[in-house]
Structure formats: C-alpha cells, structure tokens
Design a protein around this ligand. Structure first.
Ligand SMILES: Cc1cc2nc3c(=O)[nH]c(=O)nc-3n(C[C@H](O)[C@H](O)[C@H](O)COP(=O)(O)O)c2cc1C
Length: 174
C-alpha cells in the first residue's frame, strides 16, 4: 500500500491565499488534535489561537514570533501558539513526554487539516517570555511552538527526506 495522502501531500508553505478559515473548521481541527494518545491520558496540549479577522488578538500572537517568522505570517488565516502542561495532574510529577504528546496532537491536526485542504506551517521560532506575558500563560504551562494555518494555491513542494536506512536500525544501532 502507498503512503496515505494526508501524509504524502502535506508540506509547509510560506505563502497562503487570503481565504479565511471558519471557526467551525478550526474546531474540527482542534477536535482531531484532542483525539491523540497521551501518557496517562493527560492530554497536556493546549492551543491559543487567533483568526486574522480578529486583528487585535491576532497581533498579540503574531508579536510572539521571531522576526524571521513574522515576515511571512502577517496575513495567515489563523495563528496558534501551542502550550504544554509540564506536570501530571494526578501526582504532580514531571510529564517528560508532554511535548511528545503535543506532537502527536499536532500530527492529528495536520492530517485533518490536509484532508480539509488546509495547510499548516509549524514554527519553533517563538519568543517564549513574550508568549507567556502576552497570552497570560499560567505557571506550570509552557509555550512550545507556533502554527500558521491557511489555504494555499501553489504547487506542492517536496523537501528532501532521509532514507529509511538512515533512520531505522534492525536490532541495534549499527
Ligand atoms: C517543530 C517544528 C519547528 C519548525 N520551526 C520553523 C520555524 O521556526 N520557521 C520556519 O520557517 N519553519 C519551521 N518549521 C518548518 C520546517 O522547516 C519544515 O517542516 C521542514 O523543512 C520540512 O518541510 P515540510 O514541512 O514542507 O515537509 C518547523 C517545523 C517543525 C515541525
């Protein structure tokens, strides 16, 4: 079997058209994210978002991006800051897989978005302290990435990938 389309057709554009994303579609994406597996079912992921149409709120998120990322995200349909809860609710211990679990949730969001014709571009280039203060992120939580979402008219751009032999080891590290 071939790799399914929502994986093989995904890529991260730097340009989006000006079509907005509806609140309903955005909620569908977050619902897909929330279906991910997580250690102790903690669901440590949180998403702070703004639609471009809510200019003021959008700018409070946009200001949390590093300059290089601000350049191409000014007019994207939706901006998200991802956040994790750092400790388990049930025992207060450090949740060492919180960012891993966030990644699974974003993977779900990505697959759902791709199926809906929406593209995303994730960013680690964020200003963490600014995000904490601008977005009122409470103690015990930390911002991790940003995500730009939107529709795209251009061609599919495939980035180079490591060979399977580079990323897998049968039995032990070679
Ligand atoms: C966690 C994460 C952080 C990233 N940070 C940035 C970033 O700060 N700025 C940027 O332009 N792209 C960023 N990217 C996009 C990657 O460069 C891109 O996913 C990678 O080159 C593979 O390309 P593709 O997504 O089109 O397949 C990030 C991607 C991920 C998953």
């Amino acid at each position: 079997m071939e790799i399914i389309d929502v994986i093989s057709k995904r890529f991260s554009p730097y340009e989006f058209n000006d079509k907005p994303i509806s609140k309903q579609d955005l909620n569908t994406l977050f619902e897909a994210a929330g279906k991910a597996a997580s250690a102790f079912n903690e669901q440590p992921w949180r998403f702070i978002y703004a639609l471009k149409s809510d200019e003021k709120i959008f700018n409070t998120i946009w200001e949390c991006l590093v300059e290089g990322n601000q350049k191409w995200t000014k007019d994207v349909a939706v901006l998200i800051i991802t956040v994790v809860k750092k400790e388990f609710t049930q025992n207060g211990k450090a949740n060492v897989t919180a960012t891993h679990d966030l990644g699974l949730a974003v993977g779900n969001l990505s697959a759902q978005a791709t199926a809906m014709g929406i593209h995303l571009h994730q960013m680690s280039g964020i200003l963490h302290e600014k995000a904490i203060s601008n977005l009122n992120i409470p103690e015990g939580y930390e911002p991790v990435t940003a995500i730009a979402l939107g529709y795209y008219d251009g061609e599919f751009v495939e980035k180079p990938r490591k060979a399977i032999t580079e990323i897998t080891f049968e039995g032990k590290w070679k």
